[in-house]
Write a protein that binds this ligand. Structure first.
Ligand SMILES: *Cc1c(COP(=O)(O)O)cnc(C)c1O
Length: 408
């Protein structure tokens, strides 16, 4: 399994890529304009089913909304996953609009303000404490509102997770409370009226190595076991993070989910049963759930040759889908999977650079890509656009209109 298989997951109807049973030209006509992001409802459902199949049934599956906060997507997922993780009050509002119960929502993230924490305490969600200051604030807010806040401690572990696209744990971090400080922190918390549920460790994002993820999960359970000794009450919540990656490039291999599942089952049968019999065990995922279920679709405005190079010029660009341009955390620019959506079964006959409409050389969506003969008005599809797409792109840059998003 690799990035190519992502393309294969979409239906092809009459030589055209289809989303939710609609061929792309028909979908474009339905939406009325390009560029747009289309998320496939069936693929989202299948993705969660795959996780349910491969991971132990006792795992609580949480969706990290920051990967794709489109309200319709979050609504759809609310009936499929067990909980939501939010990282802002904007995401909190989207989560609370769904049928998801507030005690199944957790709020993580650094530098939460008093106003934000007040909203979260009032909502009754679990606040992942990232510092001692935050704990004091939450306590004061709880007293003022007459609510006993639900909290967990986000722990910055004493180990780092290798191979993550973005590392968010280990060493000095703005995230979480350093693990060596946690026992003292818990001691302070035991003297006040906070409902301390347990721990949350999130070490990093976009990891394709199952062996590394398994090791991180084992180490996380070990660390939590040590920290649990200082808990005033039994651990009722243990969030092992996630960081499951998806293949973006030709050579990327899909994550071996079965291996992760087996490892989690072993942890369940051993240390988790022994040390955390009352805990809700959470895996929280953003990208892995939504990333491969979405495409970004642009229309070809112009095709031109320049000194021997073929340029396909589209009406979208990095202002909607920054990651595909390589400017969102990539060291070396590589192409995201791309196709001419209305010519899926035509043979590749040429090589082109696919560029966006922004007046900057950074707006490169595909470099030296093999394509069939491309014509004006063709639809260029960028895959792997379901996560960290529109909401993670600088939409105001160059003042073009925003993209439309649809769940089909
Ligand atoms: C961003 C984030 C996630 C989601 O990461 P993905 O790589 O999209 O799965 C999960 N948990 C926390 C705390 C995060 O900050």
């Amino acid at each position: 399994m690799s990035a190519r298989d992502t393309i294969a997951a979409f239906e092809i109807i009459d030589g055209k890529l289809a989303v939710g049973g609609l061929p792309l030209d028909r979908l474009a006509a339905r939406i009325g304009s390009t560029p747009f992001f289309a998320y496939d409802r069936r693929l989202l459902t299948q993705r969660v089913a795959l996780l349910r199949e491969k991971l132990p049934s006792k795992i609580n599956l949480s969706y990290a909304i920051k990967a794709n906060p489109m309200p319709a997507v979050v609504q759809h997922l609310s009936s499929l996953v067990d909980s939501f993780d939010v990282a802002s009050t904007g995401e909190l509002r989207i989560a609370l609009d769904t049928p998801m119960r507030s005690d199944q929502i957790s709020f993580a993230g650094p530098a939460k303000t008093i106003a934000e924490l007040t909203q979260a305490v009032a909502a009754g969600v679990t606040i992942e404490l990232e510092s001692i200051t935050e704990a004091r604030r939450v306590l004061a807010i709880g007293e003022k509102l007459g609510v006993r806040p639900r909290v967990a401690i986000r722990v910055n572990p004493d180990f780092a997770i290798k191979g993550s696209g973005m590392r968010m744990g280990g060493g000095p971090q703005q995230f979480g409370v350093d693990s060596e400080v946690v026992p003292q922190f818990l001691h302070e918390l035991s003297k006040v009226d906070l409902n301390v549920l347990g721990f949350h460790v999130f070490g990093g994002s976009q990891n394709l190595r199952a062996d590394i993820i398994c090791e991180a999960q084992r180490k996380t359970v070990e660390l939590a076991t040590k920290l649990a000794a200082a808990m005033p009450s039994p651990v009722r919540y243990l969030n092992l993070g996630g960081g499951f990656g998806i293949p973006y490039f030709d050579k990327d291999e899909s994550l071996n989910l079965a291996m992760v599942g087996t490892n989690l089952q072993e942890l369940f049968d051993g240390p988790i049963r022994n040390h955390f019999p009352e805990a809700r065990l959470v895996i929280e995922l953003g990208r892995y759930i939504v990333g491969e279920c979405g495409i970004y679709v642009t229309r070809v405005v112009d095709c031109k040759q320049s000194r021997g190079k073929q340029f396909v010029m589209v009406d979208g660009g990095l202002h909607h889908q920054l990651a595909a341009s390589g400017n969102f955390g990539q060291v070396i620019r590589r192409n995201y999977p791309l196709a001419i959506g209305n010519r899926m079964t035509e043979a590749v006959t040429e090589t082109a650079n696919v560029v966006g409409c922004l007046c900057t050389p950074l707006d490169l969506l595909g470099e030296g890509v093999g394509v069939p003969k491309v014509e004006i008005d063709d639809l260029v599809v960028l895959f792997q656009a379901g996560a960290y797409g529109m909401s993670a792109s600088p939409s105001a840059f160059l003042s073009h209109p925003p993209a439309i998003e649809v769940l089909v």
